[in-house]
Design a protein around this ligand. Structure first.
Ligand SMILES: Cc1cc2nc3c(=O)[nH]c(=O)nc-3n(C[C@H](O)[C@H](O)[C@H](O)COP(=O)(O)O)c2cc1C
Length: 274
């Protein structure tokens, strides 16, 4: 049940909702939009109809258009946004302090707005939200890695994790999590329309929005390899659903360093089709 409603007194009969509906389920009758019952299953629930309506006359899924944020002005200065994107850095030095729970929730709620294939939105964000919990998790995986290294049972190509375990045990150097207080894992059911791209895109949104709030991030390939290839049982320990594929892991927290300028990466590698 989509609960598609049109406030006729506000509808200006522009037809934009019908024109832009990605699955073409909206029809016009006397200029007013409607979704015939038999077409309801085709709706992607993307809310294009609610968000395009100039007069706020369309409601779907029980949502009030007045509860959306208006988009009636230029939101970002492109010059500053460009500097912001070019200035994003991977953070490998963190304050040993938790972010406020409301801030973590805000970051995740924004990441939840990322596009997903067919508006599938089946991602789960698994979060370690307390530094003590991450410290516990680190001790656990380091002990497991050290045991596997000792027994020469690390998978081929992953032997370096034995060295990481030693570095932590002997010198408290944390190569895997880089001393961050929090861990985020985006996963999605293997059967989702596009589980991996959906996870990557959501994490990218999280990454960029985090930096705008002074929160540092690191795409943590080492954690991903460790969980996927060496210690798959940690998936269950972390409560990641068994039918999920891990998209990627990210650590985050308040940076203890501040970068002064952007990197210089030159022109993009582009091939224009001739
Ligand atoms: C998919 C992916 C995995 C990464 N894994 C790690 C990692 O495990 N440890 C680490 O220190 N950096 C990791 N990085 C960070 C890259 O080294 C970093 O993005 C690159 O050096 C460019 O620096 P910048 O992100 O500051 O621009 C990863 C980055 C990506 C995109």
């Amino acid at each position: 049940m989509l609960d598609f409603k049109v406030a006729k007194e506000d509808c200006i009969k522009c037809g934009l909702c019908a024109k832009l509906c990605p699955s073409g389920v909206i029809e016009l009758a006397d200029g007013y939009p409607l979704i015939p019952t038999e077409k309801e299953p085709g709706c992607l629930r993307c809310q294009h109809c609610l968000t395009i309506c100039p007069s706020g006359a369309v409601s779907i899924l029980g949502l009030d258009p007045q509860d959306s944020r208006p988009l009636n002005k230029v939101l970002l200065d492109p010059e500053r946004f460009e500097t912001f994107i070019k200035g994003r850095r991977t953070i490998r030095a963190y304050h040993n302090e938790d972010l406020e729970p409301a801030l973590i929730q805000r970051l995740l709620d924004v990441a939840w707005h990322a596009p997903s294939a067919k508006n599938d939105r089946k991602i789960t964000f698994t979060v370690i939200d307390k530094k003590e919990k991450l410290a516990e998790f680190r001790e656990r995986v380091i002990a497991d890695l050290a045991r596997l290294a000792e027994a020469k049972r690390l998978p081929p190509g992953r032997e370096v994790f034995g060295y990481f375990a030693q570095l932590w045990k002997q010198k408290k150097i944390d190569v895997i999590f880089r001393g961050a207080p929090h861990l985020l894992i985006a996963s999605a059911p293997k059967t989702a329309v596009a589980p991996l791209p959906d996870c990557f895109i959501a994490l990218s949104y999280f990454d960029l929005f985090a930096q705008s709030l002074g929160v540092g991030t690191l795409w943590c390939g080492l954690a991903k390899w460790m969980i996927d290839d060496i210690l798959p049982e940690t998936k269950e320990f972390l409560g990641i659903p068994g039918d999920h594929v891990i998209g990627y892991c990210m650590v985050f927290g308040r940076p203890s360093v501040k970068f002064a300028r952007t990197a210089q990466r030159g022109s993009a590698n582009v091939h224009i089709v001739g």
